[in-house]
Design a protein around this ligand. Structure first.
Ligand SMILES: [Zn+2]
Length: 295
């Protein structure tokens, strides 16, 4: 599932490959009933046709494409949305949901197995992006700011990190990685973290995301012994990222912790899973039974 590093990698690749091009034509699979948000599909298609791709930005997990005429095209990849750049004559990918033909004949293809991906065309992008918390790789993402957000929440810190209002762009994978780097148990009540722990967590978040970026994102199915799925993240060229080779916690249930050798455990937490090392990420006794108290 694409998170900040996967969306940011896509943004950089799009900017390098198609900035300045114009959208010549648009096709949307009539079977996708939720891809286009906030307007009829017809209006989306007509509105995009002829527009120039002026700049590529990102906020949290949202891809933001600035167009001429003060229009903005936003895309959220959700579970399995991928943009792939193809030549006009190339065979269609399985689960092709939309095709954006450029003025040079190349095509931006939206491929989305699960069909949860969403797009908007708007002159008020801030309404779509409202409520997002700080960007975790910005200087504005401070220990004090994160601490203030966590202090208001008794829920497990892992669940709170997934709240896009607390920090924008984290999902299940990088939250598990960040907590492991910070040596914090995912079930710790958010408000029980000390200032030193919040500082470790902030650093852990940066480390996990920077590593994901350096490796062009995580494509779990491309790991040794696994099988690539059409659900996996691929980059603009259709190729997987390589961050799955550097993951320390997420999806490593039963495998040895890279620090201490203890098998990584997996627990259910807020309808998701959390992966952690029970030795490096201990749960203090007071946190196990009561919330908001530390030993
Ligand atoms: Zn360990």
């Amino acid at each position: 599932m694409p998170e900040l590093p996967e969306v940011e990698t896509l943004r950089r690749q799009l900017e390098a490959a198609v900035r300045g091009r114009t959208i010549a034509d648009v096709w949307i699979d009539p079977g996708t009933d939720r891809l286009v948000q906030g307007m009829p599909v017809r209006a989306f298609v007509d509105g995009l046709r002829g527009r120039r791709l002026e700049a590529f930005e990102r906020r949290g997990k949202f891809l933001i494409i600035r167009l001429d005429r003060d229009l903005t095209w936003l895309a959220h990849r959700r579970m399995s949305g991928n943009f792939i750049l193809a030549n006009g004559g190339d065979a269609d990918q399985a689960f092709l949901r939309a095709r954006f033909t450029l003025d040079d004949g190349r095509e931006l293809r939206w491929v989305d197995l699960r069909k949860f991906g969403t797009m908007w065309l708007t002159d008020e992008p801030e309404t779509v992006l409202a409520g997002l918390g700080p960007e975790p790789l910005d200087g504005a993402f401070t220990v004090d700011g994160l601490r203030a957000s966590l202090a208001r929440r008794a829920a497990p810190v892992k669940a709170v990190l997934l709240d896009q209002a607390v920090v924008a762009g984290l999902g299940n994978l990088y939250a598990d990685e960040a907590l492991h780097y910070a040596r914090i148990h995912p079930k710790r009540p958010a408000k029980s973290l000390s200032k030193a722990e919040v500082a470790r967590l902030r650093d852990g978040i940066s480390r996990a995301l920077e590593q994901g970026l350096a490796n062009l994102g995580s494509s779990i199915g491309a790991a040794p012994g696994k099988e690539m799925s059409l659900r996996d993240h691929v980059n603009l060229d259709g190729e997987p990222g390589s961050n799955q080779e550097h993951i320390v916690a997420y999806g490593r249930e039963g495998e040895p912790c890279l620090t201490c050798g203890t098998p990584i455990e997996r627990i259910k937490l807020a309808q998701r899973s959390a992966h952690f090392c029970p030795k490096c990420q201990r749960l203090p006794r007071a946190s196990a039974g009561r919330t908001g108290r530390r030993a």
